[in-house]
Design a binder for this molecule. Structure first.
Ligand code: TNX
Length: 587
């Protein structure tokens, strides 16, 4: 990582929330000034003492503190001891964090000097991936992971036990950690966030930051939505037009759909395969698995703009599919990358062999790039209008005795699943893939409520819960939101209280619930700063939903710990919704 934690970070003061109060007279100005001096003094004094309390998010399974408290202090002479193998990357992560935010670097060694150490080791716990134990006493810090992930999560907990400096230049912060013992492991194996890079493109540096945000919350899956009607975002060498043409649109609607105009700005971007390799390695060092999503059969408009034959009707213009009063910029002849939001009828043709050849070729380049077990094939929001009119699709149905277009979608997904399985990977699809019959090994992402997830679990399919009413991070988080969003309303309490394991399932069936994920759709999120604002603090609440045992969750306790977490956001220089942290009926 070599100082790359939060790439692109600029070294500026983090106390952006403490803006000077407005003063109306000289007298008032003086009072304000004195008060600011005083509060600065209090804040400075408290920097080295008060904020070393235990405010860990997600809340660990168990924390105990010995009678007669004490503190261990990390100094420049503290060493990180690698007592187990393959832990260099975790030690490096800790060192990078210490260096970036506390300006100290510790020696990493395999010899244990016996004291003033941070020991990284393995201890059998039989609590699955990510389990760890931790002990802080006069000798130092001991982290025993059941596995590598566990050690990494122990380090995340250690990071959260450090006092939080008030500025990023706080090399003088005393790194005292209270004596304690922690046993901890995740409730769910799947703890994820999805980033939509299709509607808006996010640069490599921010994708890395997003992965850091996952890691800092002990989350382990990054679902990367890479293709959309509004942009194709990954280089495919065999089909260069995907990024030459498909990664760019001539404009974007202004305001909420259907918009008030078009900004007329050419917009786009894509990740090269080299970028992807770099991001995958970055994620691996943080025990984050990336799930690439290549959308099919719907949401393929950008690919169709690049290769019109993928459409049932290559000669129909893209614009002709939209209402005549929709806002477009630039040339509107032929197929075009879409400039507006919503669902769009020009989907991949299910009748042509060419479509399957294309998608298999794309997957042939995608699969070797991503070492994780899953490929997401989308499957959502695929209007069947074209398939109903298309002679090729109708012939396909007749030849294969497919009764309706919904079943044709099943044929499509099952065929692609077979191909992906033959390459050793498992598919994930949005819950629409249940319609017309589920592909045999598919994992279902339940987004239209929990119904699809419940049904899939009953059919013994694995499920990731991501219901739009609870975990859509593109929805508003304040009643009076002054940021343009897609609408909806999910406040911090609602997401915190989300329960991913539905009561409709028996204990045996609920084993199929792998976990949950927050989705960041980016129609109305064009910039990293807006994206941070939308995910924080809600992603922090979600981390506790997926990690902490149900009985340990506590809304009041969480809100208290959030006060410290907000200071961590400040430390990281991350945007967040400040108003979401105050109890107020006017929200
Ligand atoms: C539904 S969730 C979609 C996305 C939109 C999102 C907006 C899902 C599988 N499809 O295409 O961006 O709503 O909230």
């Amino acid at each position: 990582m070599n100082g790359a934690l939060f790439p692109g970070q600029v070294d500026k003061p983090i106390l952006r929330s403490y803006q000077p109060a407005q003063s109306f007279s000289v007298h008032l100005q003086q009072i304000t000034f004195t008060m600011r001096l005083l509060s600065l003094l209090i804040l400075t004094l408290s920097a080295s003492t008060v904020f070393s309390q235990i405010n860990i998010i997600p809340q660990p399974v168990s924390i105990t503190q010995p009678k007669g408290s004490g503190n261990f202090t990390i100094t420049t002479s503290t060493t990180i001891v690698l007592a187990g193998g393959n832990l260099e990357k975790s030690a490096q992560y800790l060192n990078d964090y210490l260096q970036l935010f506390y300006h100290i670097k510790l020696e990493v060694t395999k010899n244990n000097p016996g004291q003033n150490t941070i020991v990284l080791n393995f201890d059998r716990m039989d609590k699955g991936k990510g389990a760890y134990g931790m002990n802080v006493d006069q000798k130092g810090v001991y982290i025993g992971g059941d596995n590598e992930e566990g050690v990494f999560y122990g380090i995340q907990t250690l990071i959260q036990l450090l006092p939080i400096p008030l500025t990023q230049n706080a090399g003088s912060t005393k790194l005292s950690i209270p004596y304690l013992s922690i046993t901890d492991y995740p409730r769910f194996a799947y703890r994820g966030l999805m980033l939509d890079a299709g509607r808006h493109f996010f640069p490599v540096s921010f994708v890395k930051k997003f992965i850091d945000y996952l890691a800092l919350h002990k989350m382990n899956y990054f679902h990367w939505h890479l293709t959309e009607d509004q942009g194709w975002r990954i280089e495919i060498k065999k089909y260069p037009r995907l990024t030459e043409v498909g990664a760019w649109r001539n404009g974007t609607i202004i305001g909420r759909f259907p918009g008030t105009g078009n900004d007329g700005q050419r917009y786009g971007g894509f990740y090269t395969q080299e970028d992807v390799k770099e991001i995958v390695a970055y994620a691996q060092a943080r025990y984050v698995t990336i799930i690439p999503e290549i959308e099919m059969p719907g949401h393929g408009g950008a690919a169709i703009a690049a290769y019109p034959n993928l459409s049932c009707f290559p000669d129909r213009t893209t614009k002709s599919e939209f209402p005549s009063n929709s806002f477009w910029s630039g040339d509107t002849t032929g197929k075009k990358v879409v400039q507006s939001w919503s669902v769009y009828k020009d989907v991949f043709c299910a009748g042509k062999e060419e479509t399957f050849t294309f998608l298999q070729d794309v997957l042939d380049e995608i699969i070797p790039l991503f070492p994780g077990p899953y490929i997401h094939v989308g499957g959502d929001e695929c209007p069947k209008d074209h398939w109903k009119q298309c002679p090729n699709c109708q012939k396909r149905m007749k030849d294969n005795r497919i009764s309706d277009e919904r079943s044709l979608q099943s044929y499509f997904v099952q065929r692609m699943e077979k191909y992906i399985n033959s390459k050793g990977k498992t598919i994930i699809g949005w819950d629409e893939i249940l319609e017309g019959g589920l592909a045999p090994n598919a994992v279902v992402m339940s987004w239209r409520g929990e119904k699809g997830g419940i049904e899939a679990a009953k059919q013994k399919h694995q499920v990731i819960m991501t219901p739009s009413d609870y975990v859509y991070l593109d929805y508003s988080q304040l009643k009076k939101e002054d940021t343009l969003t897609i609408g909806g309303y999910i406040d911090l309490e609602k997401i915190y209280k989300y329960e991913p394991s539905p009561k409709e399932l028996t204990a045996a069936q609920s084993k199929y619930i792998l976990g949950a994920q927050g989705n960041v759709w980016s129609e109305y999120i064009a910039y990293p700063a807006t994206l941070e604002y939308m995910i924080f603090p809600r992603a922090t609440a979600l981390s506790e939903v997926v990690w902490t045992p149900k009985v340990k969750k506590n809304w009041d306790g969480f809100q208290k710990r959030m006060q410290t977490q907000a200071r961590r956001y400040e430390l990281w220089n991350a945007q967040y919704c400040k108003a979401c942290l105050t109890k107020s009926s006017t929200k």
